[in-house]
Design a protein around this ligand. Sequence first.
Ligand code: 5RP
Length: 278
Amino acid sequence: MDWGMKNRFSKIIRPEDGRCLMLAVDHGYFLGPTERLEDARKTIAPLLPHADSLMLTRGILRNCVPADRNIPVVLRVSGGTSIIGEDLSKETITTSIEESIKLNASCLALSIFVGSKYEHQTLASLGKLVDEGEKYGIPVLAVTAVGKEMARDARYLGLACRVAAELGAHVVKTYYCENFEQVVESCPVPLIVAGGKKLPELDALKLAYDSVKYGAAGVDMGRNIWQSDYPVAMIKAVKAIVHEDIDVKQAYSIFLKEREKAKDPKAKKALTQTAAFD
Ligand code: 5RP
């Protein structure tokens, strides 16, 4: 890796511990106004100080994150489909490399749909994006999107992650599954786990814990943080799992303690004030 690539990569995965807490807020790119992300500005503001990086589209970056915040950006550059459209796998590259550089992206994210109708198109896009990223020293995160008809098991996810790494992805986002360590072993680049649908907080913390225990470099979590009634408490607990190697019980007690703080009217007021970007 050249200096620029290494430097950007270190903003995504902390060199001190090889771990990362990425906050995913890119859901609207095909889902539209996802529950609790309708006003992305409001959702993102209180969470920003606790995330290592932010995964989002250029539209939400430009309009909902002030440019003076010191947060590394994982820019989603793939899309072109919606939940009501013909086929979600028909994604293409929707943001150019020049635009990504202008937006100071530390990493470029693109979904691949292994085993789906448009598998070839998305894999070819990954190859192209890696070429562009290599040219300018920007790492690429491949997201292994899983179609409804695919099993989220170690065999399928292992295949998808390996294909992504073979095509040059510098880091891969996938789902946690049984025998996850097999997925990790056969993928030569760091793996990050997506949170998935909202779970009870304790279960989401267990998911984060198991992910890092079995070899993930961290999590890229969205709904399990900002769809919680106590998102700041949740991100703090997840962060402690990722960077402080604590267990689920300890993380849940952080969540409960932070939740009590957030319920306190004085703390609530302070949180609302800091949450609003000026
Ligand atoms: C959607 C994505 C999301 O960023 C990813 O799924 C993480 O969010 P969540 O934790 O809500 O699943 O890449 O394609």
